[in-house]
Design a protein around this ligand. Structure first.
Ligand code: F6P
Length: 325
C-alpha cells in the first residue's frame, strides 16, 4: 500500500557519533525506495529553524557509510528550546511540506523531537550518541567505535606506563553515564573504574585497588575515570597525595568521537535508519527506534526519556572481581 507520507526531513543533533552518516544514508535510501522525498536538514534543530536544507537522493549519500562525523553537521540549539524557536521550526516543516522528521541524536535531541511533535510534526528519533545512555535501547550508534578508539588509546598508554612502572589516570567521555568507562575499563583490564552511578569513594575504589594490584606484583596501574564521576586531574592529585605515586593523567576528550565507524556501528545505524523511515511511512509519530536482543523496533518517545539508564550490575560486579576486590 502506498504511504500517505510524501516528503520527510532528516537531521543530526547534539554531539556527533561515528555511524551517524550510515544512518543518514539509510534514511535517504529507504525513503527513495518507498517513493518518499528526503530533505537533509543541516546543523540539527537550528537548521530546521533557519530552513538550512539540501535535497537528498539515493546518490547524495554515496561514499559516506565509512566516514565518521555527520555530513549534515550538528549543533546544540538554545533557540529550539524556546516556544518561539519551536514555532519557527514547525513553520519550516509546513513551508517545506515535510510530513515527518527523522532526528538522529541523544536524549536532548529526543526531548526536542517530543516538543516539536506537539506542533503537529511527526517525529521519529534514532539513538546516536557515544554515551549509550538512552534507557529504551541497549545500543546507541557510535558507542562501539568510541569504545574501540578509547581502548586503542589506552593500550598505547599502557606500553609506556609499563615501561616506566607508572600509574595512569585516563578520563573517558560519557556525560552523566558510566557505560563507556565501564566497558572500556573492562576491555583494557583496568585496575579501577570510576563511574557516576556509584558514589565516589577514593579509599575503596582507587587506593585499595592499587594497593592490591601492587601486592599481587604489579608495578603499573590503569585507572579509568568516567567524566561524570570525577575529574581525572583531581583523582591523579589524590593518588599522588595519598599513595605517593606520580601518576600521568590523560583526558581522551573528543578523540573518542571521531574516526571510521566500526562494522557494528555501520550495521546498527543502517538498520535503525531503515526502521525510522518505515515507522514514519506507517504514519507513526513520537517514536524512538530501539535495539534489544538484536531486534530493531520503535517505542513511544516517553519510554525513551522516562527513566535514567542504569549500569548493567553484572558487568559492574565482574569488573570488581577482575580488579581484585
Ligand atoms: O554526548 C556526547 C558527548 O561526547 C559526551 O560524552 C560529552 O560529555 C559531550 O558530548 C561533549 O560535548 P561537546 O562536544 O559539546 O563538548
Amino acid at each position: 500500500m502506498e504511504s500517505a507520507v510524501k516528503r520527510i526531513g532528516v537531521l543530526t543533533s547534539g554531539g556527533d557519533a561515528p555511524g551517524m552518516n550510515a544512518a543518514i544514508r539509510a534514511v535517504a535510501r529507504t525513503a527513495s525506495k518507498l517513493g518518499i522525498e528526503c530533505v537533509g536538514i543541516r546543523r540539527g534543530w537550528a537548521g530546521l529553524i533557519n530552513g538550512d536544507i539540501m535535497m537528498m537522493e539515493h546518490g547524495s549519500v554515496s561514499h559516506i557509510i565509512n566516514r565518521g562525523g555527520t555530513m549534515l553537521y550538528t549543533a546544540r540549539s538554545d533557540e529550539f528550546r524556546t516556544e518561539e524557536g519551536l514555532k519557527k521550526a514547525a513553520a519550516t516543516c509546513k513551508l517545506l511540506g515535510l510530513d515527518g522528521i527523522v532526528a538522529i541524536g541523544g536524549d536532548g535531541t529526543f526531548r526536542g523531537a517530543r516538543e516539536l511533535s506537539q506542533y503537529g510534526v511527526a517525529v521519529v528519533g534514532v539513538p546516536g550518541t557515544i554515551d549509550n545512555d538512552i534507557v529504551c535501547t541497549d545500543y546507541t550508534i557510535g558507542f562501539d567505535t568510541a569504545a574501540n578508539t578509547a581502548i586503542d588509546c589506552i593500550d598505547r598508554l599502557r606500553d609506556t606506563m609499563q615501561s616506566h612502572e607508572r600509574c595512569s589516570v585516563v578520563e573517558v567521555m560519557g556525560r552523566h553515564a558510566g557505560y563507556l568507562a565501564l566497558y572500556v575499563g573492562m576491555a583494557v583490564g583496568a585496575t579501577a573504574v570510576l563511574v557516576p552511578e556509584e558514589e565516589y569513594d577514593f579509599k575503596n575504589n582507587v587506593a585499595e585497588k592499587i594497593r592490591r594490584a601492587r601486592l599481587s606484583g604489579k608495578t603499573n596501574f590503569m585507572i579509568v575515570v568516567a567524566e561524570g564521576a570525577a575529574s581525572a586531574v583531581d583523582v591523579g592529585k589524590q593518588i599522588n597525595d595519598e599513595l605517593g605515586l606520580d601518576p600521568r593523567v590523560t583526558i581522551l576528550g573528543h578523540i573518542q568521537r571521531g574516526g571510521v565507524p566500526t562494522a557494528k556501528d555501520r550495521v546498527m545505524a543502517t538498520r535503525m535508519g531503515y526502521e525510522a523511515v518505515c515507522a514514519l511511512a506507517a504514519g507513526k509519530t513520537n517514536r524512538v527506534i530501539c535495539s534489544n536482543d538484536d531486534k530493531i523496533y520503535d517505542v513511544d518517545i516517553e519510554e525513551g526519556l522516562a527513566m535514567k539508564k542504569t549500569l548493567n550490575p553484572e558487568e559492574y560486579e565482574v569488573m570488581g572481581v577482575m580488579s581484585g576486590i
